[in-house]
Structure formats: structure tokens, C-alpha cells
Design a protein around this ligand. Structure first.
Ligand code: DMJ
Length: 538
């Protein structure tokens, strides 16, 4: 609405947002809430000139609740979190594991939130996940789609650019772009993934030569492409250009091929709307997999990036045909839009749901495809995975600390940071608790500055209090410990900050924490609820 100049509508939406109460007994996906709610609110805050602190307070309220899901042994977040009870977990369908596209797609939002609040906790949580990934990722950066939140290790060989994997690859590039191309580690990770996608996952169907990206699992290729995977065309083309890859021409050619196939996924259906996924049996031309359409944006997203990059009219022509088909079949007479149950029929039946990404993404990409570039300058803005624009800022990773210091006066910025490799780091409080043989409880927000990184997982037993990966912490809070466990004094004269770049995991204590039974936990939650109710009544 803001990009379209509908400012009165934005005003009234913000009025409602101010009234939202996030203190509800409701479990939700921390990732979906992060990219939609946190991302959306940060975006409108920035687009309107960063003058409404109450929006940031709202974001902070929900983000702090979502961060409970990050209280795991590895620091890799669980999928689901309850906004009130703090209970967080990974559901059964994923075998109790965390999902790559979720844990790798919160960094733009959390780092932007740190910038605006001056509180580094969000940034640290986000970059910590990237460190866990980097430590165990294959050299080509094609990472399996599931990771254990306990060990921080991958759990199978399934590689996908569609469901479960997609936006992880998008955020490798966009993390590099968001900080004004200052963090080369993300450029390198993206470049590795980009090259591997083109070298290992890209195919051309027989006989028609449709370009597509396959999945890989159980030691073999699976020739299937999700509608979700169409985003990779835009990401590859935009990325090759942004990092000025020596393989730029080749990558843009591959991206153009994928974009064309995504168009054909629409064009070849009786309704003109794409199915959820297609299969290329034996690398043959595609046939429909699941035939439903959820109002997804990725094909129009590809058209948008290809148009911006090449200026070739064909992308507007294809996009217009797709957009018209969607509007023709998905518009609901009484208002709004809905998905379709089966697309390969002339008159598809609607489902009963308007996904929020229809407004945030699909319509936005369609609008931007036909707008002047000045409506959204990609030199100034990066679109998060839900297409909410976030402002590009050249950033020193220490800026969040400086801002925190100047705001609270709690720590003083005087000198350069000390980069520490091969050390474990622990704060005084961590040390005291370790020596006393006590597991550290997850910190409350108030305890920031003493215990922020890698809080223990209250559900999966004791955690290693001295593991801290690629973090920035003020020297005043640090004791150094070598990996043999002997605590050493600070090794140099009075550095103000420590940045750890590696860590050695200390074996978890032998004596397991007494397990709390499900019944006990349920009783405790019930008790809490009762107390809160009484509190409210009072
Ligand atoms: C959106 O929520 C985001 O683009 C996400 O990254 C994956 N897919 C949906 C829309 O299809």
C-alpha cells in the first residue's frame, strides 16, 4: 500500500496494528511470523521514514516471544513457539528436526531489528545460526534440508531449492546485500551455492529442452520442480550480477531458462495458472505433480528480477499473461482472492483461503513488474523473502554494540575489537554457574549483557555453557578459556570487545538433568496460566 501511495490505508492499518496483543496462548511458526510480521512491520517503519517508535515496540514485543524458540542446545531455532507459554518444539512431521529454509531465513529481519533497537541480541541470534551452518556446510553450500537443533548437525542428504530449502539460498545473497556488500563471507557462501546449483542441479528436459532445477535425495536426483523453486531464477540472475561473478553470463542464461519454464508451468494449463509442482520423469518434459495453486508469488518474482536486470519486454509479456489468468480464476466475487484446487481444468474450483503472501508478494511483484524503477530502487532496498523492502546499510558488525552502549551506558566503546580464534569464551556468570555445576537457565530479556548467547534448552537437558560461535561480546564480561578447559586470564591488554571465530564444544556434563515428565510440564503450564488469570482479575 505504501509503494502504491495508499497512505490513508496504511494509516488505518497501523491503527489496528497498534492495538494488536501478542500475549496470546497461541503456537505459531517462528519463521512465518518473522518474515511476515516482524519483516512487514520493520519494512513499513523504514519506508515511512523511521519516525514511529511504537512500531518498533510492537516488533520487539513479538520478536522477543519468537526468540524463545532459539533457546535450544545449538542455538538453531525450533519451528514452533507459543507466544505466551514459551513452549517451543519441532513437530513430528519433520522428525523433530529444524528446517533449513526456516533457520536460514530470519537474518535480515533480526539484524534490522538490532539496528533499530540498538540491542545486539537479535543480531547475535541470527548470525550465530549462520556460524553453525558454516561450520558443517558442505563446500558447495548445497545443504540438507533438516538440521538437529540439539547437535546443530544435518540429518539427511535431501537438497531442495523448493519447499524446505528455498529461502536459505535467497538469504545467503540478501545478507550480503543488506549490509551494503560489506560481509564477504556471505558473498562467498552465495557464490559457492550459485555455482553448485548451475553445475549440479540444473537440467534440460528431453525433447523440448525446458530448463529446470532438480532435487537430490537418498543418493539420487529427483526430477521435480516446485513452484516455490521458481524464485531461484531471480536470485541467480540478480546474485550473479550483484557479486559480479566471472560466470555471470552463464548464470543469467540459466536463470532465463528457468524463468521460461516457470512461465510454461502456467501457460500449459487449461486455466493458465501453475500447479504447486511439476515432475520431469526421466528428465522428460514436465507433467503436473500436485495440481493446486495457493496464490504463490515465485514465478512473478522471477519475472520481476529478470525484467529489472535485462529490460527485455518478454518478461512483462509473460508476467501479464500469468497475472491475468490468476485474477480471472482466483478473484472472489464478494471480495478478496482464493487459491485453486486443480489448475488443469478450464473452470477451476477455488479453495477457501487468501494467503497473506498474496498481498505482500504476488501482487507486489506484479505491481513492480509494471512500475517505474524509482518506485523501489534495488540499490537502496532489499526485499525480504516475503517481499517486504528493508533498507540497505553499510554496516560494521560492531555498530549494534556501539549503539547499545550509547543508549544504555552499560558498556563503553573505546578501542578496536580483538579477534579471537581457537578459544572458548565464557562470561563471569557462565563460569560461576559452570563451576557450581548448574545448567544455565534461558535468560530473561532483563539479563541481557550477562547471558545472551546460546541459552540452554530447558526441554532437552543441560547445555554447554562455554560454546559461543562467531559472536561479539564486550570484554568486560569475558573470561577466556582454552579448549583444554583451563580458564586463562585475558590474553591481551584490555581489548574492549571480543569476536570469536571458532569454538570447541565442551562435552556435556555426564549427569543428566532430571527429566520433567509431560504431565508435570502440563501441570506447571496450567499453574502458570491460573496465576496469570488471577493476576489479571486482580
Ligand atoms: C512465502 O511465504 C515466502 O516467499 C517464503 O520464503 C516461501 N514461500 C512463500 C510463498 O509461496
Amino acid at each position: 500500500m505504501h509503494l502504491m501511495g495508499l497512505h490513508d490505508e496504511v494509516d488505518s492499518a497501523l491503527m489496528r496494528i497498534r492495538q494488536l496483543d501478542f500475549d496470546v496462548d497461541l503456537s505459531m511458526s517462528q519463521f512465518e511470523a518473522m518474515i511476515r510480521v516482524v519483516g512487514g512491520l520493520l519494512s513499513i517503519y523504514e519506508l515511512r521514514g523511521e519516525k514511529e517508535p511504537e512500531i518498533i515496540e510492537k516488533v520487539r514485543d513479538i520478536a522477543d516471544r519468537l526468540l524463545w524458540a532459539y533457546n535450544t542446545t545449538s542455538g538453531v531455532p525450533h519451528q514452533t513457539v507459543n507466544l505466551q507459554t514459551r513452549i517451543h518444539n519441532n513437530p513430528d512431521w519433520s522428525g523433530g528436526l529444524s528446517v533449513l529454509s526456516e533457520l536460514g531465513t530470519v537474518q535480515l529481519e533480526l539484524r534490522t531489528l538490532s539496528f533499530h533497537t540498538g540491542d545486539p541480541i537479535y543480531d547475535m541470534k541470527a548470525t550465530h545460526i549462520m556460524s553453525v551452518i558454516r561450520k558443517t556446510a558442505p563446500r558447495d553450500m548445497l545443504c540438507p534440508v533438516f538440521m538437529s537443533a540439539v547437535s546443530g548437525r544435518w540429518s539427511n542428504d535431501h537438497i531442495a531449492l523448493g519447499a524446505l530449502g528455498d529461502s536459505f539460498y535467497e538469504y545467503l545473497l540478501k545478507q550480503y546485500l543488506l549490509t551494503g556488500k560489506t560481509e564477504e563471507t556471505y558473498r562467498d557462501m552465495f557464490a559457492a551455492a550459485m555455482n553448485a546449483i548451475v553445475d549440479k542441479l540444473l537440467f534440460h528436459s528431453i525433447p523440448s529442452g525446458f530448463t529446470f532445477v532438480a532435487e537430490y535425495r537418498r543418493g539420487d536426483y529427483y526430477y521435480k520442480m516446485d513452484h516455490l523453486a521458481c524464485f531461484i531464477a531471480g536470485t541467480l540472475a540478480y546474485g550473479a550480477h550483484a557479486i559480479d561473478s566471472p560466470r555471470k553470463a552463464e548464470v543469467i542464461r540459466a536463470a532465463a531458462g528457468i524463468t521460461k519454464t516457470c512461465y510454461l508451468m502456467y501457460h500449459r494449463q487449461a486455466s493458465g495458472v501453475s500447479p504447486e509442482y511439476v515432475e520431469f520423469p526421466g528428465k522428460g518434459d514436465f507433467i503436473n505433480g500436485a495440481g493446486y495453486y495457493l496464490l504463490r508469488p515465485e514465478a512473478l518474482e522471477a519475472m520481476f528480477y529478470m525484467w529489472r536486470l535485462t529490460g527485455e519486454e518478454q518478461y512483462r509479456t509473460m508476467g501479464w499473461e500469468m497475472f491475468q489468468a490468476i485474477v480471472r480464476h482466483c478473484r472472489v466475487e464478494s471480495g478478496g482472492f482464493a487459491g485453486l484446487r486443480e489448475v488443469n481444468v478450464p473452470q477451476p474450483v477455488k479453495d477457501n483461503l487468501q494467503q497473506s503472501f498474496w498481498l505482500a508478494e504476488t501482487l507486489k511483484y506484479a505491481f513492480l513488474l509494471f512500475s517505474n524503477e524509482s518506485v523501489l530502487d534495488l540499490n537502496e532496498w532489499v526485499l525480504n523473502t516475503e517481499a517486504h523492502p528493508l533498507k540497505i546499510r553499510r554496516r560494521d558488525p560492531l555498530d549494534v554494540w556501539r549503539a547499545y552502549e550509547s543508549k544504555t551506558g552499560q558498556v563503553r566503546w573505546r578501542g578496536p575489537a580483538k579477534f579471537v580464534e581457537g578459544f572458548e569464551v565464557e562470561t563471569d556468570l557462565m563460569r560461576q554457574q559452570r563451576l557450581a555445576g548448574r545448567a544455565i537457565r534461558p535468560p530473561s530479556r532483563d539479563s541481557f549483557g550477562s547471558e545472551t548467547e546460546n541459552p540452554g534448552d530447558d526441554e532437552s537437558g543441560p547445555f554447554d555453557p562455554v560454546t559461543m560461535v562467531d559472536s561479539v561480546i564486550p570484554a568486560s564480561l569475558v573470561k577466556m578459556a582454552r579448549s583444554d578447559g583451563n580458564v586463562q586470564p585475558l590474553p591481551t591488554q584490555d581489548p574492549q570487545w571480543y569476536i570469536t571465530t571458532t569454538t570447541t564444544r565442551r562435552p556435556a556434563p555426564k549427569t543428566p538433568k532430571p527429566r520433567v515428565s509431560d504431565a508435570d510440564r502440563a501441570r506447571a503450564v496450567e499453574r502458570q496460566r491460573e496465576l496469570r488469570k488471577r493476576e489479571k482479575q486482580r
